[in-house]
Ligand binder design. Structure first.
Ligand code: HEM
Length: 295
């Protein structure tokens, strides 16, 4: 069955990205703001997610949509920073995305106000700024569709997706101080050839997050992109799922909430934001289907 999902979710990570997060500014204008979005066609050049606050304000419910939990484990934490609307602009060139972002933010006012805007980019063949290839164990083909999209829930829901978004800030001084072998043991893969370490410790990131090791298996479609601003930088972690459950299960394990063992990744990076959104399906001709929101 062909699911009517937003194509930018499944398409490969673009050369340039821009993440826009909005808050509700004028609740009375919400329907107008969402109508503005519904009037546009969505191909691969943008992905839209609606936050729990918007759904609540409209008096609706999207089953499974909730704020991300704020988590704290031994020496680590992951914040919850709710957002009302999220747009991932995708393209080839940062200047074009900047201008598209301006235009969109102007059209979404006064319902929505832009609160965070992060420019992002593909690094080499798809590496994190630590140098490690990111996305290797992503499901592909039909498995990617199964992992990322709702199905069997009827029109208005099928083809929708849930996305978890976190901005991570790297400690580049720490990264530079670590020896290559130490870093490989943190990630659980070799930076040089992306091979998985056969003797990776329990703290290694790929051991913590091994998707088949969860019950039920916790598959995610990760579409993260590096970001930099002045001397700061890191990863905008973006993971799509047919629910938020896989992401939360993985994050809990990274934070040591399953067995007290935290993910060694926290040794050089930390999340400073964390929000969840529902990405509506398409109704046809590339327009967003907001029937689940009563629109
Ligand atoms: C700055 C933060 C992060 C960095 C730099 C990072 C980097 C990586 C790298 C290099 C890999 C190995 C290659 C691959 O399969 O993609 C990986 C795997 C993975 N990561 Fe992360 N990651 C980060 C955060 C997260 C978070 C927050 C989650 C989920 C809560 C997560 C879930 C996964 C999963 C599911 C895998 C594949 C595991 C497997 O089945 O082998 N990552 N990550």
């Amino acid at each position: 069955m062909d699911l009517p999902f937003q194509p930018g979710i499944l398409d490969p990570v673009p050369a340039a990205g821009r993440y826009l997060s909005f808050r509700i500014r004028l609740p009375a204008a919400l329907r107008e703001g969402l109508d503005e979005l519904r009037g546009r066609t969505f191909g691969s050049e943008a992905v839209v997610g609606v936050g729990p606050a918007v759904v609540r304000s409209l008096g609706c419910e999207v089953e499974g949509l909730r704020e991300l939990p704020a988590l704290a484990g031994p020496g680590v934490c992951s914040p919850s920073t709710p957002g009302a609307l999220w747009v991932w602009l995708r393209g080839d060139e940062p200047g074009e995305l900047f201008l598209r972002g301006r235009e969109l933010a102007a059209c979404l006012a006064p319902a929505f106000e832009l609160v965070e805007e992060v420019g992002a980019f593909r690094h080499g063949p798809g590496r994190d700024l630590s140098g490690y290839e990111d996305g290797t164990e992503n499901p592909t083909g039909p498995a990617a569709v199964e992992a990322a999209f709702v199905s069997g829930s009827g029109p208005g829901r099928d083809g929708s997706s849930f996305v978890a978004v976190q901005r991570w800030v790297h400690d580049f001084g720490r990264l530079a101080a670590l020896r290559e072998e130490e870093l490989d043991r943190i990630v659980g893969r070799r930076r040089s050839d992306n091979e998985e370490l056969s003797d990776a410790p329990a703290t290694a990131h790929v051991v913590r997050t091994a998707q088949e090791d969860f019950d039920p298996p916790a598959f995610l479609l990760r579409r993260s992109m590096p970001w930099v601003e002045s001397e700061a930088g890191g990863l905008v972690f973006v993971a799509f799922g047919h629910s938020l459950d896989s992401f939360v299960a993985q994050l809990r394990r990274m934070c040591g909430l399953d067995d007290g063992t935290t993910d060694a990744l926290f040794g050089f990076t930390r999340p400073v934001t964390g929000s969840a959104y529902w990405c509506p399906p398409l109704a046809g001709s590339g327009r967003l289907d907001f029937t689940a929101l009563g629109l």
